[in-house]
Design a protein around this ligand. Sequence first.
Ligand code: GTP
Length: 240
Amino acid sequence: MTTVTDPDLFDLEHAALAEAGLVFDDAHAPAGIYRLALGELIGHYERLLRETGRLIRRSDRQEREMTVLNQRLQALALSLEYRARHDTLTGVLNRGAVIELSNELLSRCDMALIVLDLDHFKRINDTYGHPAGDTVLQTVVAHLQAVVPETGEIGRVGGEEFTVMLPHTSLDEALEIAERMRAAVAAHIFGAPIERNVTASFGVSWNDTGTPFESAYARADEALYIAKRNGRDQVVRARD
Ligand SMILES: Nc1nc2c(ncn2[C@@H]2O[C@H](COP(=O)(O)OP(=O)(O)OP(=O)(O)O)[C@@H](O)[C@H]2O)c(=O)[nH]1
């Protein structure tokens, strides 16, 4: 039975070294033998230098490739995380992210919550088509973004329904922000094929620290419902 052993990568070098050792020990060896052994050693030493250089270059290249792959992986992870939390059409937070962030904010501070819904949006889609409706949604979000303070966050919780989270904001401030958003949306005249304005209705609740998102949202939504019932294009504060 033969046993398989790992081949020694430096077999040839060991042999050349042993040979040179023997020649070195033999004080009476002729000069030709010395030269031969030295020549062998030089050849192997050069090969070792070449191989070592090649290995170092290869490992440098692999390290650079790994760095690039790592950067791509990190960018991919960031983009996946962004996509998991944002609405693809408007770029604002999606429903899941709204619930998560609201609960997180409400666990440590008070927060006003605005819920708004476009008025008669179905007519826009039905009359001018879905792409025109999409443009309306994007334009409305741009108007909200222009009004919402830096500490606030906008989210899309349904088709044409949005929320604005306003931590550390009093009810009066939130009502004023909602009114400015309402006016900005209502003042915008859309281009062809719509060629008119679109309005939105707003409900606003103020919520103490520790309020669950569901009740903050339910109160604002109830106020929104009243705004719709009272004729739309208006801001209504939630009952206490
Ligand atoms: N273009 C477009 N339309 C959407 C999107 N998501 C939901 N919608 C539409 O939004 C419309 C919502 O209609 P409704 O719930 O009847 O509400 P509305 O017509 O705005 O009426 P009120 O809310 O009572 O004023 C429906 O026609 C949906 O198809 C979207 O991403 N893009």
